[in-house]
Design a protein around this ligand. Sequence first.
Ligand code: IPE
Length: 258
Amino acid sequence: MFLVKLGGSVITDKGRLRTFKDEACRRLASEMQGRDGSLIVVHGAGSYGHVLAKEHRLDEGFSDESQLHPVAIVQRDVRELNTRVLEALIDSGVRGVSIPPAASATFDGSAVKVFDPSLFQKMIGLGLVPVTFGDVVPDESLRFSICSGDLMMAELARHFKPRLVVFCADVDGVFTGDPKTDHGAELIHELGRETLDNLRRTESLNADVTGSIYGKLDRMLDIASHCEKCIILNGDVPGRLKKALEGESVPSTAVLPG
Ligand code: IPE
């Protein structure tokens, strides 16, 4: 079983509201060909989710009625993104089928309360490729909250114990500094708890309601303990995802269990 996350920064322009990177998404879809029945895809929301979610503080849950219109808009927007991802997959011959997070899980306090993998199991059993995504979801204590794609990755990893988990980012992996501004930043080949704790904390430039890269890395350490191998690679470089799925080694950061 392979579990792949297409990061929001790879399939959207995170700085510009609702900008889909069609070419990149179609190429990544074609790199996943031939794995129907043994692949689950998760995608982030990118600028279809984070921009409005941050503006209206949807990640903090319900505070007043004025948030409900943006809740509906973000729900619609991430479904539009999901449809575009499905189109890219299906056009590449990958039999993607949509499973919104709330169809398989309940949420409380921005965490998963109960996860039911049966829908994923049925789709996989049929030889299809379940596709889930970051979304606004009903939440028992907050009334609504944001479920990140990474939260779904963690649940899926725990239940399906994949051979390989791949996070497609817009950089080669985790660096010692921000590779986009610091040219001396070096790629970290293996990242464990200690390395993460020692990493210099840099601020993300774009709106992100599901935590900085450090929050995401915390979750990845947990995911790494439920699979044989967990890597972060550059989804913007053609061929890297394909090679990784074929078991070849590519520039990446391997996340160690912790
Ligand atoms: C965010 O999901 C969900 C919403 C803001 C609605 P992710 O946290 O998985 O998205 P990316 O990968 O950072 O864009």
